[in-house]
Design a protein around this ligand. Sequence first.
Ligand code: NAD
Ligand code: IPM
Ligand code: MN
Length: 358
Amino acid sequence: MNYRIAVIPGDGIGVDVINEAVKALDKIGELYGHTFQYEYRLVGGCCVDAYGVPIQDETIEVCRNSDAILFGAAGGPKWDSLPFELRPERGLGRLRKEFNLFANLRPSKIYEDLKEKSPLKNRVIEKGVDIMLIRDLTGGIYFSEKGNRIGKHGEEAYDVECYSKFEVERVARKAFEIAMGRKKLVTSVDKSNALFSGKLWRDTVAEVAKDYPEVRLENMLVDKAAMEIACNPSRFDVILTTSIFGDILSDEAGVTTGSVGMLPSAAINEKGFGLYEPIHGTAPDIAGMGIANPLASFAAVEMLLRIGLGLDEEAAAIDRAINKVLHDGYRTGDIFMEGNTKVTTAEMGARTVERITR
Ligand code: NAD
Ligand code: IPM
Ligand code: MN
C-alpha cells in the first residue's frame, strides 16, 4: 500500500527524534512492501522564522491530504516573548483544533528493562504500570475565552475553563470504548468540588457510563489523582480527564515509567484521522547536542501504524524493536544506568531500526 504521511519535526530535539522515527517507517516499508510518501512541513518556531507565522494554511491542506501526521515538538525560549498568536505552540494548537483531534491518547507503560530507572521505589511499581490517559484536547481552558483587561487592581489576564456537555460526552465515550478493550476501569479525573465545569464533567461522564455497564467508573478529584499516580500507579487502567489536567498528569504518569523521552501520544478525531507525537517538548536544555531519546517518537510511529493506518503487525514490529534495543542495553542519557551502552540519538535510532524485523 501507498501511504501519505505529513512529517512535521518542529523545533529543538523534535528535528533529531523525528529524523530517526522516519527511518523506522522506511524500514517497515521495506519489510512489509508499503510505500510511505513524506510531505515535510515547518510548524513552530522554525515556521515563525521562515514565514512569520507558526503554521501556514498550506500545511493544513497538506495534512488534510495525508493519511496521518507525524509531529515532533514545537517551541523554545527564542520565541517565548512573541505575542500569543505567533507562539510556536499555536501551530500545534491549530492542527489539533482544525482537524478536531479531540481525543488525546497518552499511554504510560513500564518497559521491563527500564523498571530500575523509574523514580518510584520498586515496591510501588512491582505490579507494573499500564495507564492509558485520555485527555480532551480541543476544549476547556486552552480553547475557551481568554484575554487581557483592566480590573479593580489594574492589569489582568484570564483564561476561561468551559466545557460543553457535547465535548465531555464525546471524549468520555472514547475512554469507555478503549476501556472495553483493556481492564474495564475508567477513572474520571475532575475538580467537581470547586468548578462548575468540573460538576458538568462528572455528571456527563456518569451518564455516558450507563451505556457501558461492563466498565467500572470511578471518579477522582485531580489533587488526589496526582498523589495516587505517584504512590500507586498500578491501580489505574484508563484515566479520563480535561485538557489542562491531562497535560499535567500525563507527564507525571509518564515519568513513573523512567523518562518522558519514552512516551508517545496520539490525537485523533471522530473519523480516526490523527496526529502522532512524543509527549515531550523541544527540550531546549539538550537541543542540538544529539543526545535526545528518540524512542518516544518510535513509539509514536507504533501508534501511527496501529491506530492511524490499521497496520497491527507492522506496529508490533516497532514495539518489539523498542523492547529489544532496551534489553540489549542501549541507552540515551535520560535512561542510562550503570552497565549500559551509552548512545547518541542517531545511534539509538540506528540500533532500534536494525532490530525491526518481521
Ligand atoms: P520538555 O518536555 O521539552 O523537557 C522537559 C525535560 O525532559 C527536559 O529536561 C528535557 O531535556 C527532558 N526531555 C524531554 N524530552 C526528552 C527526550 N526525548 N530525551 C531526553 N530528555 C528529554 O518540556 P519543557 O522544557 O517544559 O518545554 C520546552 C519547550 O517545548 C517549550 O517551549 C514548550 O512549550 C514546548 N513543548 C512542546 C510540546 C509539543 O510540541 N507537543 C510539548 C511540551 C512542551
Ligand atoms: C503537550 C504540550 C502542549 C499542551 C503545549 C505545547 C501547548 O505541553 O502536548 O503536552 O499543553 O497541550
Ligand atoms: Mn505537555
